[in-house]
Design a protein around this ligand. Structure first.
Ligand code: SAH
Length: 249
């Protein structure tokens, strides 16, 4: 009996923002594995086994999903947003690389989802209209010095910057430090957006500037977008033009 593993992105939260392909994979699964909060968002049909776990221990969760698939089950590993963006898909391949040789021949698929950055951008207009980058401020898996270097480089290159994982109950200092680094390299008038629960019915947007940005208002459901030098406000919308000044037709 051959099993399978599909790593599914459920999108930012609103059911309409989950893809039909993700929904189909969920319906077909015999086993659902995931962080409890994300698993709660998906309907479990009769006969499906649910394996909920805590937020950390991603590799353990990936190994459990792989072991179940290797035993012949059709497993879905559930991730919020897109499973490839600071989420479970990379943990699965890391577990495959370091785990049982037989896992390499398993039927593994990744089903994409709407990532928080895209849902957040859509709440305010088109802030990601030009070149942008995404940086996770979590230093659980990488050194803070690496994050600092990337923030500096992104500011210097004038990317729009999407900041994932700005804060949690255990990580309160990182965002304030990130703003300090960005303030040293960019003008205080740069638009900064705090988007909480983007792509859900509770979405809340705070639009401010780099000079006034208050790091203490972010939590683990907040995505932050820091504009480039061209990012601007038009009425209630914020956008970044696709081109540079003087280059439009
Ligand atoms: N795989 C997820 C990201 C996981 S990292 C994705 O693609 O969206 C977790 C971080 O994502 C959170 O700390 C927060 O910064 C961001 N995030 C996830 N869902 C969000 C939402 N609905 N609104 C705003 N930010 C969100």
């Amino acid at each position: 009996m051959t099993g399978s593993l599909v790593v599914v992105g459920t999108g930012p939260g609103k059911p309409e923002l989950m893809t039909p392909a993700a929904r189909m994979a969920l319906a077909k699964a015999t086993d659902l594995v995931g962080y409890g909060l994300y698993l709660d968002r998906v309907a479990v049909r009769h006969g499906q086994c649910r394996h909920a776990s805590g937020n950390r221990a991603e590799l353990e969760r990936a190994r459990l999903a792989l072991a179940l698939a290797a035993s012949g089950r059709d497993v879905v590993l559930v991730s919020g947003g897109d499973p490839g963006v600071f989420a479970m898909a990379a943990a699965v391949f890391e577990a495959v690389e370091t785990g049982e040789p037989a896992w390499r021949s398993l039927d593994i698929r990744v089903e994409p989802g709407v990532t928080a950055m895209l849902a957040a951008a859509a709440e305010v207009g088109a802030p990601l209209g030009g070149d942008f980058c995404a940086i996770s401020l979590s230093d659980n898996l990488k050194a803070w010095a690496t994050i600092e270097r990337r923030l500096q480089a992104a500011a210097e290159a004038d990317f729009v910057i999407a900041l994932y994982n700005p804060a949690s109950s255990a990580r309160r200092r990182q965002l304030a430090q990130a703003f300090d680094i960005l303030r040293a390299a960019k003008t205080g008038a740069t638009p900064v957006l705090f988007v909480r629960a983007a792509g859900t019915s509770e979405a809340k947007v705070t639009a401010t500037t780099l000079a006034n940005a208050d790091a203490s208002t972010a939590d683990m459901r907040t995505l932050i977008i820091v504009g480039a030098s061209t990012t601007r406000r038009i009425g209630r919308w914020i956008y970044t033009p696709r081109g540079e000044q003087g280059m439009s037709s």
